[in-house]
Design a protein around this ligand. Structure first.
Ligand code: PEP
Length: 235
């Protein structure tokens, strides 16, 4: 299983280090063999001495080695810390920050060429969900345009936009139906994301075709996220 924490614009450099060190101790203690990923803000990227199954990744980067792209980080800044994992296509980047499918695909190609592990997010907005499952699947597949879905280091996170940071989780039936249809086309592991918390982690991880969770808000507390790691380890 894959259990991932997205800090978004939360945590400082100091609190990120304290969080990751505590989480690493917890992973050692629980003997978890699941893949645990943490995406801190870029200001908190650093080198960490971690268990093999605990990795730090970047929430975003510009598809360039280095250059004149004010406010962005590129490969040079990531490689300083030997990081090899990136989140691409998150709904906040698509819908709040206006990243187009074309830009997302360029970023994907660049980091794929550098052999990064890519957690690639897809997910429909509320009005599409209300149109029914066919519209949902068509919308999610359109977010795979220009993406090599056979890339061996790809992980897909299905995150309905209406469930992200809203406290609204998709029902288990909605998750199961959507993941089953996505799985017909995708070989990559599928994660669910959208208001996952300690209380619903187990039931979500037990849904067929669900190979993990991507957690935002509830992951910002290291004890809560550690509990999720423990729940996964016991399954
Ligand atoms: C996310 O940011 O990927 C996410 C799923 O957020 P939240 O858990 O807060 O809904």
């Amino acid at each position: 299983m894959i259990i991932a924490a997205n800090f978004k614009t939360n945590h400082t450099r100091a609190s990120t280090r304290a969080y990751i060190e505590k989480l690493n101790t917890f992973v050692t203690k629980t003997n978890s063999s699941d893949s645990v990923l943490v995406f801190p803000p870029s200001s908190a990227l650093d080198s960490f001495d971690l268990e093999d199954n605990l990795e730090v990744g970047v929430q975003n980067a510009y598809p360039v080695e280095k250059g004149s792209f004010t406010g962005e980080i590129g490969l040079e800044q990531i490689e300083e810390f030997n990081l090899q994992t990136i989140l691409i296509g998150h709904s906040e980047r698509r819908h709040v920050l206006g990243e187009s499918q074309d830009e997302v695909a360029k970023k994907y190609d660049f980091f794929k060429a550098k052999n990064f592990k890519i957690v690639y997010c897809i997910g429909e907005p509320k009005e599409v969900r209300e149109e029914g499952i066919e519209a949902v699947i068509a919308y999610n597949f359109a977010q795979l345009e220009g993406i090599d879905i056979d890339y061996e280091n790809l992980i897909i996170a299905y995150e309905p936009v209406w469930a992200i940071g809203t406290g609204l989780t998709a029902t288990n039936e909605q998750i199961e139906e959507t993941l089953a249809l996505l799985k017909q086309k995708l070989k990559a592991p599928l994660l669910y994301g959208g208001s996952v918390k300690v209380a619903n982690t187990k039931e979500i991880l037990e849904i067929p075709n669900c190979e993990g969770v991507l957690v935002g808000t509830a992951s910002w507390d290291v004890d809560a996220f550690s509990e999720m790691v423990e729940i996964a380890a016991k399954l």
